[in-house]
Design a protein around this ligand. Structure first.
Ligand code: FAD
Length: 458
């Protein structure tokens, strides 16, 4: 892939070589259109990123799991000859709450019956409330503005009566959204849950979003897509300006200036807000991008000669309220060698963690791992960390969300094209919003919009 092609025109320019942008480009190329993809980073894949752990093996530092009903990303992977394998989930998981550690099987921890009842009731209430919020137009839900004027935290305070149930919902939200419940619009959260087919689908391993992984890592999907697009993908070319006039568009990126008839912007909304548009996109779209913020999620991976926790009958999954790590998973390669323990640090804790020195960060994470899995966890051969909120071209992860009051007012502008500019990206998806599957669906939808708008159907 060349780095600085200078001036290069295309029929469609796609901004961003994450899954959404690459899928859109692939679909347009399949319809025999001339497409140029401009990517800011020196790699493709965006919020998916493989990291080497030696001997030709990798672990994933960004999006990685897939599950049932994520049909579009699974179909794409099949087409690209990328297989899946089940997430390791044999044995018991750990719950470390209020200074006490217990082991449990399945998604629901072993807790006092009144806490379990409370948790179950809150989950059922969330599911019911979510079923009334259409994920493709949450602003049309009954009492949309009222729901949007509340945070998820307000709702949790009413729906869950015990401190433990509230604490667990906070930890689950942190890992799923990268944000505390106090920062999330209730309307957004209900729409998000509905787009996934329910809250359980978001948090479950078996039968849920964490069920399977891709052999070779999720970034391989983008690498194969980009390989097929060849010179149509230009790296290290952050787009700075998009100007529309009657004749089309001019896109200015570092080292590249190009004209096109249509542009698909496939970057997270807060990054789209950093591109200068001429003429301006109008108040509604601008207010929307000013109000959508990325979560903060840091992924930590410790690599050991073997997954020693398996021999002790542990899944490698843990939930803890002692921080900085909030949840852990077994992230070893398909053959279980070497052993990889993965930890998530979420929300404000991730921002605090990033301020520590490299040695301090490693040390506090390994303390968390050791407290949960014993002294064998103290000395990994390799320690890796990706703080997504520190990444210039993501500005956070895993997903951008709305705080209260904005979705009902400006949500309509999330997907609606602005002149010849179309919007893609996981946040614009109506099924599995925020996930790799949603990113794929959004790329397909944006490509269809362009083909329809230009009458380019084969
Ligand atoms: C830590 C973490 C864990 C996650 N876990 C999961 C999971 O297990 N399962 C799951 O399905 N999803 C998960 N996700 C979410 C998933 O990774 C994303 O939903 C998906 O990858 C988003 O794809 P995208 O193409 O919409 O956006 P991105 O991947 O963000 O792609 C946007 C691209 O645009 C580029 N860009 C930005 N600005 C510009 C510009 N001005 N000019 C040119 N290029 C630009 C970026 O560099 C990037 O490559 C996770 C994400 C993170 C961060």
């Amino acid at each position: 892939m060349p780095e600085l092609p200078g001036s290069r025109d295309a029929e469609v320019i796609v901004v961003g070589a994450g899954l959404a942008g690459l899928v859109a480009a692939r679909q347009l190329v399949a319809a025999r259109r001339n497409v140029l993809v401009l990517e800011a980073r020196d790699r493709v894949g965006g919020r998916t990123a493989n990291a080497s752990i030696g001997a030709g093996k990798i672990t994933e530092m960004g999006g990685q799991w897939v599950g049932p009903t994520q049909d579009r990303v699974l179909a794409l992977a099949r087409e690209l000859r990328i297989e899946t394998f089940p997430t390791y989930y044999e044995g018991r998981s750990l719950l470390d709450l209020g200074g006490k550690q217990r082991r449990y099987k399945g998604t629901i921890p072993r807790l006092a019956p009144h806490v379990l009842f409370d948790l179950d009731r809150a989950r059922r209430k969330l599911k019911k409330a979510a079923s009334r919020v259409p994920a493709d137009a949450p602003w049309t839900a009954p009492k949309a503005e009222q729901l949007d004027s509340q945070t998820l935290a307000t709702w949790v305070r009413k729906a869950a009566r015990t401190k433990k149930a509230r604490g667990l919902l906070e930890i689950a939200t942190g890992t799923v959204m990268g944000t505390g419940t106090a920062e999330l619009s209730l309307l957004w959260m209900l729409s998000y849950v509905n787009a996934a087919g329910g809250f359980d689908a978001l948090i479950d391993t078996e039968g849920g979003a964490q069920q399977d992984r891709f052999v070779g890592g999720s970034q391989l999907i983008s690498e194969r897509l980009a390989g097929d697009l060849g010179e149509g993908v230009v790296l290290s070319a952050p787009v700075r300006r998009i100007a529309q006039d009657g004749a089309g568009l001019r896109v200015e990126a570092d080292g590249v200036s190009a004209r096109a008839q249509r542009v698909i912007v496939a970057v997270p909304p807060p990054l789209a807000a950093r591109i200068s548009f001429a003429p301006s996109l109008g108040g509604r779209r601008d207010q929307l991008t000013q109000r959508m913020a990325h979560g903060a999620l840091t992924k930590c991976a410790a690599v050991y000669p073997e997954p020693f926790w398996r021999a002790e009958g542990l899944t490698g999954q843990a939930v803890t309220d002692r921080g900085p790590v909030a949840t852990t998973f077994d992230n070893s390669p398909p053959d279980g060698s070497p052993g990889v323990l993965l930890g998530f640090i979420a929300g404000a804790e991730a921002i605090r963690h990033a301020r520590l020195s490299e040695a301090e960060r490693r040390s506090v994470v390994l303390e968390s791992f050791t407290r949960l899995f014993g002294p064998d966890a103290a000395q990994p051969g390799i320690y890796l960390e990706t703080a997504w909120a520190e990444e210039e071209w993501s500005r956070g992860g895993p997903v951008c969300s709305f705080g209260p009051g904005a979705l009902a007012q400006y949500g309509e502008a999330l997907r609606r094209p602005t002149g010849r500019v179309h919007w893609a990206g996981a946040e614009t998806a109506t099924v599995w919003c925020g996930y790799m599957d949603g990113a794929v669906r959004s790329g397909e939808r944006a490509a269809e919009e362009v083909l329809d708008a230009e009458g380019w159907r084969l």
